[in-house]
Ligand binder design. Structure first.
Ligand SMILES: [Fe+2]
Ligand SMILES: [Fe+2]
Length: 207
């Protein structure tokens, strides 16, 4: 009797171990995290350069927006990297060449990049993370996707203001949540970050 119980116990243990080993690797999410880290890191670097160009052209409020967005993208890249490393991967960033044009053209390029991320890239990443049940990746992708939508709005308003000559009406400073990258007009933040509940006292400010 005792021997039978022992054999049964052993069989169950082996079955559980086998099921654990046969858990499929989230290959799509791992690839997406690599791509996301690259995209966010490249965007961060590009916006930093666009901020310098905006300053040079005297568009200080647009420079503040590019600086804030650059920080937000760096936070997204770091969050994706953390998840990738938890899954056993190693992040490698390849920086691409990019052009620095006029601030109006740079805003257009930034809008094109953000639009691609919110319309195509992140929806696919989110669907894959959900299907492969990688909750931490889903959270990181959601934080980035929700932030990019706001960047897209800010950039569009900035471009419209530049075209209309009404840039004096743009926000003078921006706030960035250090945990999720959520970006606000600093004059109009929530008490706690709407995405991750970090208190506004911890936000970075750009002006
Ligand atoms: Fe963005
Ligand atoms: Fe946040």
């Amino acid at each position: 009797m005792r021997k039978a119980q022992l054999i049964l116990g052993l069989a169950i243990t082996c079955m559980i171990a086998f099921m654990g080993c046969s858990q499929p690797k989230p290959i799509n999410t791992i690839k997406n995290l690599h791509d996301g880290i690259n995209g966010e890191s490249n965007a961060s670097k590009k916006y930093e350069a666009f901020a310098a160009k905006a300053k040079e052209e005297g568009f200080v409020t647009v420079a503040a927006l590019f600086d804030a967005a650059s920080k937000a993208e760096a936070i997204h890249a770091a969050n994706h990297k953390k998840v990738l490393e938890q899954l056993g991967g190693t992040a490698e960033v390849v920086y691409n060449e990019f052009e620095i044009k006029t601030t109006a053209e740079n805003l257009q390029a930034a809008i094109a990049g953000e639009s691609y991320e919110v319309a195509t890239m992140y929806p696919q990443f989110l669907a894959d993370a959900k299907a492969e049940k990688v909750k931490k990746a889903e959270q990181s992708f959601n934080w980035a996707n929700d932030t990019e939508k706001k960047h897209n709005d800010f950039y569009t308003k900035a471009l419209n203001a530049l075209n209309a000559g009404t840039q004096a009406e743009l926000p003078v400073s921006y706030a960035v949540c250090p945990v999720c990258g959520n970006t606000y007009d600093a004059a109009n933040t929530d008490e706690k970050c709407a995405f991750c509940q970090t208190e506004k006292g911890k936000f970075f400010t750009f002006n």
